[in-house]
Ligand binder design. Sequence first.
Ligand SMILES: Nc1ncnc2c1ncn2[C@@H]1O[C@H](COP(=O)(O)OP(=O)(O)OP(=O)(O)O)[C@@H](O)[C@H]1O
Ligand SMILES: [Mg+2]
Length: 414
Amino acid sequence: MRILVVGSGGREHALVWKLSQEAEVIAAPGNPGMDCECFDVSATDLVGMESLCQRLAPDLVVVGPEDPLVAGLGDRLRTAGFNVFGPNADGAQLEASKAFSKEMMLRAGVPTASSGTFTDPEEALAYSSERFEAGFQVVVKASGNALGKGVVICLTLDEAEDAIAEMMIEGAFGEAGRTVVIEDRLIGREFSLLTIVSDGQFASLPVARDYKRALDGDRGPNTGGMGTYSPCDWISPRLLAETEARIVQPMVNQMVSDGISYRGVLFSGIMVVNGSPMCLEYNVRFGDPETQSVVRRLGFGFGEVLMAAAKGEPLPAVEASSDAAVTVVVASAGYPGSIKKGLPIQLEEMPEGVVVYHAGTKLSESQLVTNGGRVLAVSAIGKDLDEARELAYRGVAQVRFDGAFFRKDIASIG
Ligand SMILES: Nc1ncnc2c1ncn2[C@@H]1O[C@H](COP(=O)(O)OP(=O)(O)OP(=O)(O)O)[C@@H](O)[C@H]1O
Ligand SMILES: [Mg+2]
């Protein structure tokens, strides 16, 4: 089986690493860490990607990032006869439009925070004011993709007013923020559930906990993710079963009855409120850096699962080991703010059990240099979390570039 992985980040490197154990893998555009042939076609170049597929004839195309899916890469390649893992543009709206996503959740009966969707700032403000009077705080969300900056938790009505003005009047996120979803603020612990969906059927992957904040102790600004670990002991089998029954299954059913053929990952963002799961959002792709830890625990046959989903067939089982995986992201100084690129990277020999995934690197005259905020993800496997954590940090110590920083508490704090 020949598999084309679309994308160039740490998540795609992890997919390449795993799938290479069972298939011939190629990537586009790929990154310098990938041990496979990479083709220089941008993930959002739909025409270029289709002609690459015509030339290479992959049996399966696995699309990593959401942008090409939202733009219709899935539709285009399917129409051309390829097996694609990743939803079509209609299914990708679950991530691309929070207004659409909320409306689907309501129709599917998925438990989620009460909300309103607005295109008029006056109405948005009036609604926020009502919610504060009713004793809630609100979260103002740009409906479209605002590069992770479009969600504002508002503790006061003044803060809500500012967020509404910024998004809807000043247009801080362009069209993405002209429509906002305003929802009640929930309080609880969060986790994400990644589920492989093959039209009406699904199978969840092992759960990973991710760390979004830049600094130790969950302080500092939000990032794309600074590390993960898996498994998560605090998520009981009962909580998982309830999450599947109340949040995954109804959405999968809803898509079938709406005529949306969904073949890809459904990523459910969950907050546990008084012991019960509430849905914060859906994404339509693998989590980054969750995938970097999760693939370390998966047994043989992952490629077959993705292929079955791509064809809308029954999903074979894929075993997860009881081992623990820990992934620590090494980032550029200044991340998630402005960063410097092009700094030389030294990678000393890694201990056994460590895999280094590249995320923001490039080759400059055969020297590996930094090329993004999140540069590398160092991932380790061990018999338990303590062992995996210790090994991951031994690996991190072997990475050197100017201003490299990482969190020191991955898998140490819950
Ligand atoms: N109703 C809510 N109550 C409390 N916190 C919330 C609520 N909605 C979102 N959040 C917080 O904001 C974060 C981002 O929200 P959400 O997942 O909707 O946005 P996003 O930009 O699509 O995120 P991602 O980049 O993970 O896809 C959540 O992980 C959660 O911490
Ligand atoms: Mg999202």
